[in-house]
Design a protein around this ligand. Structure first.
Ligand code: SP5
Ligand code: ZN
Length: 324
């Protein structure tokens, strides 16, 4: 496994998010990636710096041109060290813009697509893209949930060329509404997600069990909302079910949307997972879904714990199953 990193992610540095009008410190901070990177170094993983902003042409394969123009025109006018809360092309009050946001978001998407290209070329079997800002809430024409461009979806789109079948397994605490919607009517990209029950968790409007795709895509979206968060046994049982769903699809490639906000100590999420549980999750994914894989970083907001969580996940992921 190699790791792709774009140090300039820190050009995106939101300060506050608004909960019903009240400002709170923004949870999605540059330090998140520093700590995950330290974990990768401790594990001696090869880290490759890629600072290639995703091209306009590639962004437009999934995102709208008016949305892109809005980001270009708006970011250009923001003074350094200020943030702007957009009023349009946005679905919440959590997703501000800073002067460097567009550039950082294009670098983040660039990492995911570069990872996909390495995997398609057969150069690497598994690539971990340290994407920041995250992506799975970003819709075709809207930023949302700290996300601007849908990194995982753009990686999947790249992998799906030439008629290849791509499965996306989304293990972030939150439902990946953007990823689901971008492939909702397609049968070549399967979207499978385990997340907190959206009845009482962000993004509220999607991620329910009865959302299964539409048209050609009917049956190619599968949601596993967890109604009893905190029960690790139930989580791992659900993970096995989600893994079987991916196996039955027989994908050529896997995109793993990986969030560490399922950690019991996360300030936003919490599905009850402790540090050691991430090794079990990594082991289960690596040994049951041994397809050429792009791992895309999504959420995870306990900045101090992120290194230990990533280290646990990656060590479990790299542990070989010696019985088969
Ligand atoms: C990529 C990702 O994980 N995005 C998550 C965005 C969710 N942000 C909203 C969380 C709402 C939690 N409510 C906290 C109330 C604080 N007083
Ligand atoms: Zn999340």
């Amino acid at each position: 496994m190699i790791v792709l990193h774009a140090p300039a992610h820190r050009l995106h540095h939101p300060t506050v998010e608004y909960y019903n009008g009240r400002a709170e410190p923004h949870a999605e901070q540059p330090g998140r990636i520093d700590n995950i990177l330290d974990a990768c170094r401790r594990l001696d993983l090869q880290i490759r710096i890629v600072e290639q902003p995703l091209s306009r042409r590639q962004l437009l394969t999934l995102h709208g041109r008016h949305y892109l123009r809005f980001l270009q025109q708006t970011c250009r006018g923001i003074p350094v060290d200020e943030q702007l809360m957009p009023s349009v092309f946005v679905h919440d009050t959590y997703t501000p813009l800073t002067a460097g946001t567009l550039h950082a978001a294009r670098l983040s998407a660039g990492l995911a697509v570069a990872a996909a290209e390495l995997v398609v070329a057969g150069e690497q079997r598994v690539v971990y893209a340290l994407c920041r800002p995250p992506g799975h809430h970003a819709e075709a024409d809207a930023m949302m949930g700290y996300c601007y461009f849908n990194n995982a979806a753009l990686a999947a789109q790249q992998l799906a060329s030439d008629g290849r079948r791509v499965a996306i397994l989304d293990l972030d605490y939150h439902h990946g509404n953007g990823t689901q919607h971008l492939f909702y009517e397609r049968s070549d990209v399967l979207y499978v997600s385990i997340h907190a029950d959206p009845t009482d968790a962000f993004p509220y409007g999607s991620g329910y069990r009865d959302e299964r795709g539409a048209g050609e895509g009917l049956g190619y979206t599968r949601n596993f909302p967890l109604t009893r968060p905190g029960n690790v046994e139930a989580y791992l049982r659900t993970l096995r079910r989600a893994i079987r769903t991916v196996q039955n699809f027989r994908p050529d490639y896997l995109v793993l949307s990986l969030g560490f906000d399922t950690y019991q100590g996360d300030p936003i999420g919490n599905l009850g997972l402790d540090v050691a549980d991430y090794a079990a999750v990594g082991y289960a994914v690596a040994n049951n879904l041994a397809y050429p894989t792009v791992i895309v970083q999504e959420g995870g907001y306990n900045v101090m714990a992120l290194g230990a969580l990533a280290e646990s996940f990656l060590s479990g992921y790299q542990e070989r199953n010696t019985t088969t």
